[in-house]
Design a protein. Structure first.
Length: 195
């Protein structure tokens, strides 16, 4: 089993999920321009799943090309609401708009991972979760936005499912680790099969 991996992501939560499973994780940020890839793929009519998988692969391949013979894990998520991809908010006004749009609605969260070696993808996987947000009062929404703050939203997405954001949901259908950005069961199974 492989336990030493490079994570091509600066996500602290992804690193924690991997470490909790016993992986020895070294973080190397990919510096891939995600917005260019997303915009280009959206213009071509790509699905949210395709975008998530492509971003994970770009990150893994970019870092893997610098570290020969090591396993590099790239990861990405795309929030899909009515076939529209919702990005992380840039400010509290955008966060408020997104949260208002999602209230009382069901959306999908596509979590993709890719393992690369010597600059090329050798395995990928995606998992889709569905979540239904409660309808909350404007006052409660403001309290949540104030409490969580834009810095955490930019880091973890518009809702912080591993923290205070969990209470925002009426229904969650999916693995919590995948919702946090790391479908750990599939990743662990893959690395368990490697010599």
């Amino acid at each position: 089993m492989i336990k030493n991996i490079i994570l091509a992501s600066k996500s602290e939560i992804r690193k924690k999920v991997l470490e909790k499973e016993g992986f020895d994780v070294r973080v190397e940020v990919s510096s891939v321009d995600e917005d260019i890839i997303k915009d280009s793929m959206k213009a071509e009519g790509a699905t949210s799943i395709s975008i998530a998988k492509s971003l994970a692969e770009h990150k893994a391949n970019r870092v893997s090309s610098r570290f020969s013979d090591l396993f590099v894990l790239g990861a990405d998520q795309v929030l899909d609401f009515n076939n529209d991809q919702i990005n992380k908010p840039n400010n509290l006004e955008e966060a408020r708009f997104i949260m208002t749009k999602l209230q009382g609605q069901t959306h999908s969260l596509h979590s993709a991972v890719c393992v690369s070696k010597n600059g090329s993808m050798i395995w990928n996987y995606h998992e889709t979760s569905t979540l239904k947000m409660k309808t909350i009062s404007p006052k409660d929404l403001e309290l949540y936005l104030e409490d969580v703050g834009i810095e955490l939203m930019q880091k973890y997405g518009v809702y912080q499912i591993e923290g205070k954001g969990k209470k925002l949901f009426e229904k969650i259908d999916g693995d919590m680790n995948a919702i946090m950005g790391m479908p750990i069961v599939a990743v662990t199974n893959y690395f368990n099969q490697q010599a």
